[in-house]
Design a protein around this ligand. Structure first.
Ligand code: PEP
Ligand code: MG
Length: 312
């Protein structure tokens, strides 16, 4: 019966009282686009472009890049497609962009930081994106720590004539200063995987500290709340694209915190769509408030669910 109930909810993401929450897919390469379309994704909230650069010593050609980006735009002609620029280093090492050996790769030259050393790689990627740019194309940078970096990236996007530039909020300094990072960009997207890792100083690849990397930790909810509030004051969209958006109760809590879109693996879309459809925005807000008032992740989870009766 539960299966039927999940697939019975169709159409765009929205709460029971009609507040729209576009539900987007996290996509790791062109092969995953069909599943995202089939699952009813309204667009792509995170197109991870590492697949183009992995396992090779030469960068992909311009045509190879253009065709990969075109594939995503063609899969979602009416929707937003958020393409993230290369996020190499740390948990995504790339043979062709060598960085000196580092004692703490998660704190080293990774993500946008690699483009300081290899600006030609960023130029080529933004150029390929500009060449296929269509209405829904949004380009965002990973691992942005400061407002200066947001300005640098936004200017590089504008110089190529890209229609929309954004940054990920996945470092606590970026969440703390979200209002300033928002100024030069058109949107932001919260990456809760890394945001948790850096907030709790708990390596996402070390299972012994995995219990700390719990997105229900009230401190993480505070960082999401502060970021969403800054975006709403600026009148700019704020998504969540970390794995945590795939948790139906947490998706409701993020909605209650003011997040405007949710992006997740395609397999999670039906359950999240159903959870939102079963609760009003007010219930989501209360669930969020109750969760943030708790002292532990376990209690936050329980407290939120008390306001989300539709989750069973
Ligand atoms: C994140 O950090 O939450 C995120 C979405 O990016 P990735 O998992 O690719 O680092
Ligand atoms: Mg990340």
């Amino acid at each position: 019966a539960r299966r039927t109930a999940l697939s019975a909810v169709r159409g765009p993401g929205r709460t029971a009282d009609g507040h729209p929450v576009p539900l987007l897919a996290n996509v790791g390469g062109p092969a995953e686009l069909a599943a995202a379309v089939d699952a009813g994704a309204e667009g792509v909230g995170l197109y991870r472009t590492e697949f183009l650069f992995l396992d090779r010593i030469e960068p992909p050609s311009a045509e190879e890049q253009r065709s990969a980006y075109r594939a995503a735009l063609e899969a979602f002609p009416g929707g937003d497609v958020v393409v993230r620029t290369l996020d190499g280093g740390a948990d995504k090492p790339l043979a062709f962009l060598p960085v000196p050996a580092e004692p703490n790769p998660a704190l080293g030259e990774r993500g946008l930081r690699q483009f300081r050393r290899f600006p030609e790689v960023m130029e080529a990627q933004l150029g390929a994106l500009a060449a296929v740019a269509a209405q829904g194309l949004r380009v965002m940078a990973p691992m942005v720590a400061t407002a200066e970096e947001a300005v640098w990236f936004a200017q590089a996007c504008r110089a190529k004539g890209l229609p929309s530039a954004g940054v990920m909020i996945e470092i606590p300094s970026a969440a703390l200063r979200a209002a300033h990072l928002l100024e030069p960009v058109d949107f932001i997207s919260i990456g809760t995987n890394d945001l948790a890792q850096y907030a709790f100083a708990a390596d996402r690849q070390v299972s012994a500290v995995g219990v700390l990397n719990d997105p229900w930790q009230p401190a993480l909810l505070d960082l999401v709340a502060m970021t969403a509030e800054a975006a709403s004051s600026a009148g700019k969209p704020c998504g969540v694209c970390g794995e945590s958006a795939a948790d139906p109760a947490l998706a409701c809590v993020f909605t209650g915190l003011g997040v405007s879109t949710l992006s997740m693996g395609a397999a999670a879309l039906a359950a999240v769509r159903a959870a939102l459809a079963a609760h009003t925005l007010e219930q989501c807000r209360r669930a969020a408030e109750a969760a943030r008032a708790q002292v532990t992740a376990a209690r936050a989870r329980v407290a939120a669910r008390a306001y989300l009766p539709g989750l069973g």
